[in-house]
Design a binder for this molecule. Structure first.
Ligand code: PEP
Length: 249
């Protein structure tokens, strides 16, 4: 089954409204393949979501960078899935390593968040990935499998999930995984889905790579059979994001 290429831009905690307008304007002017060929989803900070949504071309979509684990209420500082839906935000990134490591989000907590967001109708970019220490100790597959298992145990439908493999050692470091390293883990993740979920889910779920992807390295990574796109941090704030969107065509 052909899996549609997916490119996400994670703007993290960056930008002013003027800078955001400039990025959107670059994206709106870009020549890219049609939405039948590539899904493009950009993820500004919460406060800029309405602005970006109102200015962005209609064939690109927006994602929040997080949402709360259940219905909103007395959770100061949090944003609920319901609020995102109220603003017509279709996607959310969950389980990013910066939240797992800096804010202590456990596999189970991320799994609960994914399940709740999906149950409300959001589409989810669910992130998994190992630290350098875990890679060096040979635990990469075990770590990403445990992260994926905590999600799989809590959901029954993978249609609206994109799985992002983001080795922590490659995020924001300029140290990109080699195409062979990325392919190896993507292959293992797909095999895990095949054995533990179903053949259909393994074949249809997009597994995208994140970690220092840029305009120069994206083509070779995109050519790997199990790499179905990218989640891009730093380079998604720059014009080269357009080259990344076009890397599979
Ligand atoms: C990310 O934060 O999801 C990411 C992949 O960042 P970068 O591209 O900057 O490594």
């Amino acid at each position: 089954m052909a899996r549609k290429f997916f490119v996400g831009g994670n703007w993290k905690c960056n930008g002013t409204s003027e800078e955001v307008k400039k990025i959107v304007s670059t994206l709106n002017d870009a020549q890219v393949a049609s939405a039948d060929v590539v899904d493009v989803v950009v993820s500004p900070p919460f406060v800029f979501l309405p602005l970006v949504k109102s200015l962005l071309r209609p064939d690109f979509h927006v994602a929040a960078q997080n949402c709360w684990v259940k219905k909103g209420g007395a959770y100061t500082g949090e944003i609920s899935a319901e609020m995102l839906l109220n603003l017509d935000i279709p996607w959310v990134i969950l389980g990013h390593s910066e939240r797992r490591l800096l804010l202590g989000e456990s596999n189970e907590f991320v799994g609960d968040k994914v399940a709740y967001a999906l149950s409300k109708g959001l589409k989810v970019i669910a992130c998994v990935g190992e630290t350098l220490e875990q890679r060096e100790s040979g635990a990469t597959v075990e770590v990403v499998a445990a992260q994926t298992k905590a999600i799989a145990e809590r959901i029954s439908d993978w249609t609206n999930v994109v799985l992002a493999y983001e080795p922590v050692w490659a995020i924001g470091t300029g140290k990109v995984a080699t195409p062979a390293q990325a392919q190896e883990v993507h292959y293992e993740l797909r095999k895990w889905l095949q054995i533990n979920v179903s053949v259909e889910v393994a074949e249809s779920t997009r597994i995208i790579y994140g970690g220092s992807v840029n305009g120069a390295n994206c083509k070779e990574l995109a050519a790997q059979p199990d790499v179905d796109g990218f989640l891009v941090g730093g380079a998604s704030l720059k014009p080269e994001f357009v080259d990344i969107i076009n890397s599979a065509t």
